[in-house]
Design a protein around this ligand. Sequence first.
Ligand code: G3I
Ligand code: 9MR
Ligand code: ZN
Length: 541
Amino acid sequence: MSEKRLRTIAVNQAGYSSGGDKLALFSWDTPRYHIIDIASGNVVFTGQTGANIEDKPSGCRVRSGDFSALTSPGEYRIEGAEGEQSAAFFIAEKPYQKLQRGLLKAFYYYRCGVELDGEYAGAWGHKACHLAEGTVIGQPGLRQDSSGGWHDAGDYGKYSGPGAKAVADLLLAWELYPAAFAGVHTLPESDGSLLDVLLECTVELDWLFKMQESGSGGVYHKLTTAHFPGLDVMPEEDTGELYFSPVSAAATGDFAGVMAMAARIYKPFDEAYAARCLEAARAAWSWLTAHPHVPGFTNPRGITTGEYGDKVDSDERFWAAAELFRTTGDEQFHSAALELAKLPFPKYSFGWGDMGGYGTLAYLLIGEAGTLPSLYAELREGLLAEADRLLRQSRHDGYRISLLEQDYIWGSNMLVMNHAMLLLAAEHFSGEQEYAACALDHLHYLLGRNVLGISYVSGFGEHAVMHPHHRPSVGDHVLEPVPGLVVGGPDRGLHDEYVKKHLRRKPAAQCYADHEDSYSTNEVTIYWNSPALFVTARFNC
Ligand code: G3I
Ligand code: 9MR
Ligand code: ZN
């Protein structure tokens, strides 16, 4: 059925670096192809495809065409034997610089509580939003400031844990790949001292401070209206009452982790800010130690916005302990991390609900000398074993990524980028280039080298997502969506009405619809952008 008709020539539409490997992937059995230079119209390369791979997730027999020998910078298109065409793509010395800037600028577009205007916002400006005080659920009469931060996604909720994941990815990107961010001071409020990436993260950190309950140190799980507003409602028109949902252990652990990280990273630039972050992290840690066993968060009665439920909080606690230990060197945090590490939560995951990977990275980044050698070795070997598993899976995959059929879930593109992050962490700790090459294959997939031949980043690629489930993009009457947004991607679970109706019986990797009603495949979130930014930064060093 579908695989017979689908003839995709898939390329990374953001491009390939001149000196690097270049593969196009063909979704059907075709022997030959040629490459056209778009400026001149000339055929500049003729190639043969390799043996096919039966690819279960895409439902296709995939062949690859290797055109690494083509190195001249330019804009190209691939044509198949019967006139099939790929999207346009670039060959350039540094093909991902614009992409990195776009992925970071997306966070500016996600900002809440400020007007987006002028040259920097371009066509996608809007008035300041969500400035009202919020009601604290369970504390009658208590209302407090709730403004600032980034909207979570296509909706206007603000959720502490997911926000912490997004900031952690950006700060880690800066820690590991500072050269990729050097000298970039383009934000409207930039005074040339803090780099854009660090300045943008303070937007979310400043809001996170407001999510900490004064006195207890616990952190409210989320701040949203009672229900999602209509899909065409602009942020400033979303004026329903805002509610702080109760404190959760997951949110408090994530908060402690990201604040401890910020305390370390901002110290050279702003001692007072760093001290405030550390104090907030310590207060959150005190709440955690005072509340060793708490039930997972569920939405309070009457609140129907995103739940981000998470029953297991030992991963968030482990991250908090490891990050506080890394930042302070204080033994109390080390012994807590050692105890928590014994618990059976995933140690190599970077999902909004599975934050153990950040604890592992924090611990390993201390270096062997400052840690318990047995735990250091266990985590290092475990991380490399996980990376090896991802490498093997990628080798068996037609589109050269590590996702198995069952991994095409809601937000599968986050898994694609999280796996790439893990591979890059493995590169960092082992020096093995093979891991980086595999991570780059994951970026190629995101930017269009997938069975649908679509770039999952708005504004990046000739055939890029055009209709994200993103309220400002739907409500603003601008044809193009807000640029630089990463969408969720294929979800074989068919979790919304639109895909249930239109995508029945499609192979997993084809369960995606570029339609604004498909919130389960085509929404956008800050924590899908953030790992993509981390991965892109690696390839801009
Ligand atoms: O973890 C299980 C896995 O074990 C299982 O094999 C798989 C099979 O479907 O499901 C996995 O769970 C999924 C879970 O995400 C964990 O990633 C669920 O199916 C899936 O429904 C769930 O989706 C979440 C979705 O909210 C619905 O709760 C997304 O991760 C999450 O990103 C998304 O978040 C929403 C917010 O609620 C509101 N704001 C927008 C945002 C993005 O759509
Ligand atoms: O628009 C909502 C989106 O931001 C959420 O991520 C998603 C899942 O919680 O829900 C969307 O809202 C839909 C609601 O759940 C069901 N009715 C249709 C709504 C979208 O228009
Ligand atoms: Zn807002």
